[in-house]
Design a protein around this ligand. Sequence first.
Ligand code: NCD
Ligand code: ZN
Length: 436
Amino acid sequence: MPVDLLLRNGLVYTQGKIVPRSVAINTGLIEGIYETGLEPDARKVLDCSQSYILPGMIDAHVHLRDLNQSEKEDYASGTMAAAAGGVTTVIDMPNTDPPVLDKATLEWKIERAQANRFVNVGFFTGIPKDTADITSGIIQNVLGIKVYPHAPLSEGVHYNGVRIRECLKTAKKHEIPLLVHPDISDSTIKPESIEEFFSIHGCVSEVRALEQFIFAQNEIGGRLHICHVSCAATAKMIEEHRAEESLTGEVCPHHLFLTRNSFSVENGVPKVLPPLRSSYDCRILMDALKRCTIDIVVSDHAPHTSDEKNQSFLDAASGIPGLETTVPIMLTEVFQGRVSWVEFLRACCSGPATIFGLRTKGVLAKGYDADIIVVSREENIIRGSKFYSKAKITPFEGRRVVAKIRTTIVGGKIVFDEGRFLVGRGIVGRVPLRKT
Ligand code: NCD
Ligand code: ZN
């Protein structure tokens, strides 16, 4: 019996080196990896000569908005951006309008994502004021619980020691990680100057948040995942407190490659939380990623409208799109020799699969889900105007990359090929993702 699809004669990373191989796909799974000439017959063949065949990225920090904020992004535009950017699985954040604090809102998101998806979509939940209101009906459809100490999703909540312990206990009880936006600043203080913004959301606040959560974790146990680590001091703290998988962390390309000083002070485009830091922080974060102190790379794709971004720094919305820039930027590091293949594959594919319990994803090997990208090593300039995301303003505008996503395959089906979408919405991928 012929297999469904053969990706013929691409470049595959296996046993420590890049070699020519073909990848066979059948019933949505990777059937096997073959030397050229030894492949099984296939109903469809895609010539991948000179291109790299890689697992698609699992992006564990994405804001797809939708619901009452569809003007910023919706599940169709956001997951098209993912597919075009080489991301085959996204995990959607709960700070939507309305926020995910109850089963009905989560079900609304699941329904919207199922109908409009172009890739796999998993979810995180927020945590209601009364942590006991997190029911198994919510838990069975999420991959983690996310908290925002500087901007709580539930009204009347303050992230003191008691609350932090309750959140950790809840996550531990349900055997899922507690994700933390590491910022413990007082959300009621509105900065009156740019300096004040950077001081409120400074590294002191990031370190303090981490201290409080790690202190509580030492007592309660459970798993803690630190979102978008942006400071050298926080990376060092994670290193000191790491104990196998109970403390994990993520970093974004904008915190690895951009600094506050490379933009004019008044420019709202690079405004993001946590803010851009110094070149010293960038260097230490990259070092931490390479040494596995920080486990994974995420985009923190946080779309806003052009009107919201085309503002002076203080008035601009925080957040930048990242689904269409993360894989090309990280692969450019690989192609130019600054990041190894192992580091890339761990940070963008197998690492997030391990942390969030997606055991059938993130690896290009027999039996895994056929979530695959085909990438060519060719020059490309990042242009926000070409994004599928509704958010077209990026601080990476004009950056030269040397990686181009040619084809994206989700669950064995070709979704995106040479700049075109081959399937309609709501056909490929799984929603919601559950721990496997
Ligand atoms: C995010 C958003 O816009 O939802 N903004 C951001 O600057 N990163 C929120 C977040 O990730 O904390
Ligand atoms: Zn975010």
